[in-house]
Ligand binder design. Sequence first.
Ligand code: GAL
Length: 328
Amino acid sequence: MLYIILLMSLCCGCTADKKSSTEELRVGVLLYNQDDLFISSMKQELDECFRKTEKQEGCRITVSFFDSMGSQTTQNEQIDAFIKRGYDVLCVNLVDRTDAATIIDKGKKADVPIVFFNREPVSADLSRWDKIYYVGTDAAEGGKLQGEIFLDYYKKYPEKIDKNGDGVIQYVLLEGEPGHQDAAIRTESCIKEIKEGGVEVERLAGANANWKLTQGKEKMEGWLTEFGDEIEVVISNNDAMALGALEAMSESEWADIHIEIIGMDGIEEAQAAVQEGRMMGTVLNDAEGQAEVVVRLALKLGKEEEPGEIPNMKERVIRVPHDKLGTG
Ligand code: GAL
């Protein structure tokens, strides 16, 4: 009997500082820039998933979203404010992914765990503390799937792509933000996949359009003026820039000749363009799947519990798989 009482008191002692399910959990979410189309879809998924989890778990979850509007200084100040107000856990979409150390140290000092997502901190920063996680994707896998979409389509309809019939595919490339883990790696891996599939390619031009529709459109307008129908394919690191290229084409004198475009993210507008045959394909950057992992981690860490087994996790980094969405 004495042993049981002792055991019970020990157990209570070890969970004394954990949140009970009736307590409120306060989560702060910081977005690098809410104007980013994929990030705004992530926000929606996170919001829905927190609401769903609240019902399932029967605990109150207060979620406050903040837009850092492209400024790391603003984001750092927002972090200070959340910590001061006693938030239990933070979900952070870094502005400058190479500058996570300040935020991590703030979290560590106040013992507020952090779940980073979409913009990956460098590994030296990730090893600064064991209460930090990263949720994202494998950029090389994403690029490879873009390459596969191209190959599937090209093998079925070579004449629709190689319009000048020279056996070489002339392409232009819309790249994301310089230094972003999802930009250069997606590009490299997509082109590698196409070449390994036995197709010769020639890069006519490429430029960073910072994930933005407007910049993608601007670049494409310039290339249409310079190369016109010499362009056979547009490869884009994301859908927003691909949609910009699509707009530029439809407003140009080349509106009648169809130039194939491959995007990435699987945002609604791009999926519609794929369905309507205006885009060759896109790759699903699974916002819902990533949001589910972020929410699960936030819940566990906020309640001071161990996150347990999470699929695709290696050293506190979770890479949610992509999927192909093509017309091929
Ligand atoms: C990428 C995504 C882009 C953009 C970027 C922001 O993963 O494909 O569209 O949202 O993240 O960090």
